[in-house]
Structure formats: structure tokens, C-alpha cells
Write a protein that binds this ligand. Structure first.
Ligand SMILES: Cc1cc2nc3c(=O)[nH]c(=O)nc-3n(C[C@H](O)[C@H](O)[C@H](O)COP(=O)(O)OP(=O)(O)OC[C@H]3O[C@@H](n4cnc5c(N)ncnc54)[C@H](O)[C@@H]3O)c2cc1C
Ligand code: FES
Length: 262
């Protein structure tokens, strides 16, 4: 898939709860290129000597009607803080779309569970829409430490059924995503997950026990984003290094050397 480097025009900067910012970007001259759910953007963070490396941010949503690309940013350091201080009318230099994408199951009417934790929910919104468009039924299972970590609920509700867990019980069921009652009530045909590694491994263990195909989107540290620096490698099931930015970030869990005991 062709990659682009573009100065995208910032049409919206929405400060969501706590340290989360939604950036809306557009190409003022052309329709945005084709992008697959699960792919990501390497954004250039200007105006700071410490942030000369681009930062990887998932494609949160593509609003074709308004020719907008959405990026959901959690402020954790200098780069993401600089992104959160951008203003509408400014430009953001983006290298995109990078990596592979989530699989759209064949056939119709598949029950697909999308499990996200924290800002790992970001790529699941666009994926959920793609599943719905393809005739499947997405169920979103969104987890956070507390209610303020669970974002874009209204957007998710437009695409499918939404279940929530919070560790402090301030929203949805109390506990971890893998304790949610929906896992006992529905038999899913496929699972996708993105978020903290311990959460994804727990989801992978559940999927493995139930023999449900499962994909995980990894958020390893990245620099170049295009397979040149090898700083993002993960071990595959044969013990070989795989480049998360180029061969992923989405992997079938059976491709990974995760110790998931059935
Ligand atoms: C494929 C991919 C998609 C991503 N999608 C999103 C997204 O949609 N929204 C979002 O907010 N973030 C996303 N991230 C994480 C984001 O890239 C990092 O949080 C960001 O690069 C941190 O930059 P910084 O300068 O603010 O922080 P730094 O100063 O570089 O680091 C601050 C802290 O964040 C930690 N950190 C840095 N990079 C990562 C990382 N990749 N994963 C986990 N912790 C990290 C560091 O260990 C450090 O503790 C994604 C990462 C990858 C690889
Ligand atoms: S980030 Fe450079 S090889 Fe993956």
C-alpha cells in the first residue's frame, strides 16, 4: 500500500477527559488515501529538540464524509504533550498509512469481540465500523482504570454493542476486561485486542482456551516506523525477531512467542 508524507491541516483539537486529546486532520487538496483499520501514522513532533523521532499513533477513525483522519492521543511524555498543544489551523506532518491492519472475517453475521484498554481502544473504533459495513456484529469491550480512562463511548455505540469494565468500578462492571460477564454470555467467532500487554495476553489466553481466532495489535516502542532501525522487534513463535512496525502491528496471537498456557 502506498505511503504518503503530508502536512495535514488540523481542523479540530478536542480535549477529552484527563490527558486525552482527539486531533481531527484533513488534506485540504485531495481525498485522504485508503487506510486500513489497525494501521498507524508516524507524526512529526515539531518545536522540540527532545522529540526529533516521529511518534506512532493509531488511526482512530476516518470520517470520509468530512475527509478527516482522527488521532486519539494520550499525553504520557514530551511528544504527546506537544501534540496536545496543537491548535486548529496549524499543520501536522504525517507519514502514513503504516503497518498492516486487522482482518475482516469472511462471510457475514460474525460476532466479533474487540477488546481495548486505555488508549489501546483507539484503533478499534475504525475497525468496528469496517466490521459493521462488512455485515458483521462488533461488540466492544472497553477497559480502563476508572471512568475517565474510557473514551469515545458515543462513537463506539454508533458501531455496535458496548461493554465496559473499570478497575475501580466507577463505570461498567468492576474488574478487568477478562472478567466481564459478556464473555460467558456470548460465543464469539473472532477476537481482536489492543492495549497494555498483560491485558492482551489475558485476552489471548481466553481466546486460546475457547479456540477463537485472535489478533493483537502491539504498541512496542518505535522509531523509524518503516522497518529500518529494528527497535520495535518482538519474538515470533519460532523465536525469530519480527518487526512490529512493518510486519505488524497486528498479529495473530499464534504468530507470537507469548507463553499462553491453555
Ligand atoms: C503502533 C502504535 C500505535 C500507537 N497508537 C497510539 C494512539 O493511538 N494513541 C496514543 O496516545 N499512543 C499511541 N501509541 C503510543 C505512543 O506512540 C507513545 O505513547 C508515544 O510515542 C510517547 O511519546 P512521548 O514523547 O509523549 O513520550 P516519551 O517521552 O517518548 O515516553 C514517555 C513514556 O511513555 C512510554 N512510551 C513511549 N512509547 C511508548 C509506546 N509505544 N507504548 C507504550 N509506552 C510508551 C515511555 O516508556 C515513557 O514511560 C502507539 C504506539 C504504537 C507503536
Ligand atoms: S520502528 Fe524502526 S524497524 Fe520498527
Amino acid at each position: 500500500m502506498k505511503k504518503y508524507v503530508k502536512d495535514l491541516h488540523i481542523t479540530g483539537v478536542e480535549h477529552l477527559r484527563k490527558d486525552y486529546v482527539l486531533l481531527r486532520l484533513t488534506d485540504q487538496t485531495n481525498p485522504l488515501p485508503e487506510m486500513q483499520p489497525g494501521q498507524f501514522v508516524e507524526v512529526r513532533v515539531d518545536k522540540s529538540a527532545e522529540t526529533f523521532l516521529r511518534r506512532p499513533i493509531s488511526i482512530n477513525y476516518v470520517d470520509r464524509a468530512n475527509n478527516e483522519l482522527w488521532l486519539l492521543v494520550h499525553v504520557v511524555g514530551q511528544g504527546t504533550a506537544a501534540l496536545s498543544s496543537l491548535k486548529p489551523g496549524e499543520f501536522l506532518n504525517c507519514l502514513f498509512p503504516l503497518g498492516n491492519g486487522f482482518t475482516i472475517p469472511e462471510g457475514k453475521n460474525k460476532q466479533v469481540l474487540l477488546v481495548g484498554g486505555g488508549v489501546g481502544t483507539a484503533p478499534l473504533l475504525y475497525y468496528g465500523e469496517a466490521l459493521k459495513t462488512a455485515g458483521h456484529t462488533p461488540t466492544f469491550l472497553l477497559g480502563g482504570r476508572s471512568a475517565c480512562d474510557v473514551l469515545q463511548l458515543e462513537n463506539f455505540e454508533q458501531q455496535g454493542h458496548v461493554c465496559v469494565t473499570t478497575e475501580d468500578g466507577s463505570l461498567g462492571e468492576k474488574g478487568y476486561v477478562t472478567n466481564h460477564s459478556v464473555l460467558n454470555e456470548t460465543m464469539f467467532d473472532a477476537i481482536a485486542t489492543c492495549g497494555p500487554k498483560p491485558m492482551m495476553m489475558a485476552v489471548a489466553r481466553y481466546a486460546s482456551q475457547k479456540a477463537i481466532p485472535c489478533e493483537a495489535s502491539l504498541e512496542n516502542m518505535m522509531a523509524c516506523g518503516v522497518g529500518a532501525c529494528l527497535c520495535c522487534v518482538e519474538k515470533n513463535h519460532e523465536g525469530h525477531n519480527i518487526c512490529v512496525c512493518k510486519e505488524g502491528p497486528v498479529f495473530n496471537i499464534n504468530q507470537l512467542q507469548w507463553q499462553i498456557s491453555k
